[in-house]
Design a protein. Structure first.
Length: 355
């Protein structure tokens, strides 16, 4: 009972924020509203602590619901667009390199910290790798928290302003019928897959495990149940609540120089994403809004939720971000070791010439 009471104020704040955002017709209200409400309160030292299992449950719900879009027909569509997925992986790595150069040169941190603070992988994965490499983990986490906050507010509001919604119906032919027994079995499979990923220490286990389980079932023609809209909303609320908890009192005063450079880096990444999206849309059959979400430097959960709520090619956006995550996590350590000596040597030479 004490545990429940401890989390009740945070849940109430997240729920109030989500309902207010929905009433105001904000984009992705259940994620954005809960995030902004709990972030503001947390920054002002109001206790809105989120349970660790809440974010896992939210990610599992989102991963499961995304997997239901991957019908055999959609698998064929994705295979036809594999060159774009490869471009998306290379583009994300390039954005990370550009960001790390900016942070290293202007934020006053070592190259390893700059690298993992700028890599477009998951925040937890980059923090763990940074810790193993002796980087300043707190600054890496702060940089990724700011990046997610900026992306998850700027992109949905821009899409709402531009009227980008319901413009790509690919993958939306899934069943909407809910079978409660089947839903329980579906979530049991998702939970087992998440625990397997977690045990094997694979990336983003509570998103990718359920996503894989639901995808395999869908590809095999096994339709246990749809995920109710209310359950999806609660999942988004838990994710937003957990993200809001990252903004502790004094967050923006902890490393103002670093956060300022990160803000500039994220803005540049968004500009480059817009340019790349426009150019690719000229030669691709994928609609521009869907491409934009697929190439966006936001997190897997946040961008796929945006695609799901706005109905913008959910399987394609998911494929972009899953492949990007695999590419970035798989190459981050190798590229850091390759590039670090070169940049550190160049900076040393520059300092030596400075009178």
């Amino acid at each position: 009972m004490n545990t429940v009471l401890r989390y009740l104020p945070g849940f109430a704040a997240a729920l109030a924020g989500a309902l207010a955002a929905e009433a105001l017709k904000l984009p992705i209200p259940w994620l954005l509203g809960s995030l902004l409400a709990t972030a503001v309160l947390s920054l002002n030292n109001v206790p809105v602590k989120a349970p660790s299992f809440g974010r896992k449950a939210g990610l599992a719900v989102i991963g499961t619901s995304l997997g239901l879009y991957f019908t055999p027909q959609m698998a064929g569509v994705l295979l036809a667009h594999w060159p774009l997925l490869v471009f998306g992986m290379a583009f994300s790595i390039a954005l990370g390199i550009i960001g790390s150069i900016l942070v290293y040169r202007y934020a006053g941190v070592d190259f390893t910290t700059a690298w993992y603070a700028s890599a477009m992988g998951g925040a937890s994965e980059m923090a763990n790798m940074a810790d193993q490499q002796g980087a300043q983990v707190a600054k890496v986490v702060s940089a990724h928290s700011l990046r997610v906050l900026m992306i998850v507010t700027i992109v949905p509001f821009f899409y709402q302003y531009m009227g980008y919604h319901h413009t790509d119906s690919s993958g939306l032919s899934q069943s909407t019928t809910v079978h409660w027994g089947g839903l329980a079995l579906l979530f049991a499979c998702s939970f087992a897959a998440a625990r397997l990923f977690e045990w094997r220490k694979w990336s983003n286990p509570w998103t990718f495990g359920p996503l894989l389980a639901a995808t395999l079932l869908t590809l095999a023609g096994i339709h246990l149940s749809a995920v109710p809209v209310s359950v999806s909303h609660i999942g988004q609320l838990f994710i937003g609540w957990a993200l809001g908890n990252r903004f502790a009192p004094g967050f923006f005063r902890s490393a103002p120089r670093l956060l300022g450079v990160v803000a500039v880096s994220v803005s540049l990444s968004l500009a480059l994403t817009a340019a790349a999206t426009y150019l690719l849309a000229q030669i691709s059959t994928i609609p521009l809004p869907t491409l934009g979400l697929g190439l966006s430097p936001g997190g897997v959960a946040e961008m796929t939720i945006t695609a799901k709520v706005l109905q913008l090619g959910v399987p394609i956006v998911t494929a972009f971000h899953v492949s990007r995550m695999v590419a970035v996590v798989g190459t981050a350590g190798i590229l850091c070791r390759k590039l670090r000596p070169r940049f550190e040597k160049k900076q040393a030479e520059t300092l030596a010439k400075t009178p």
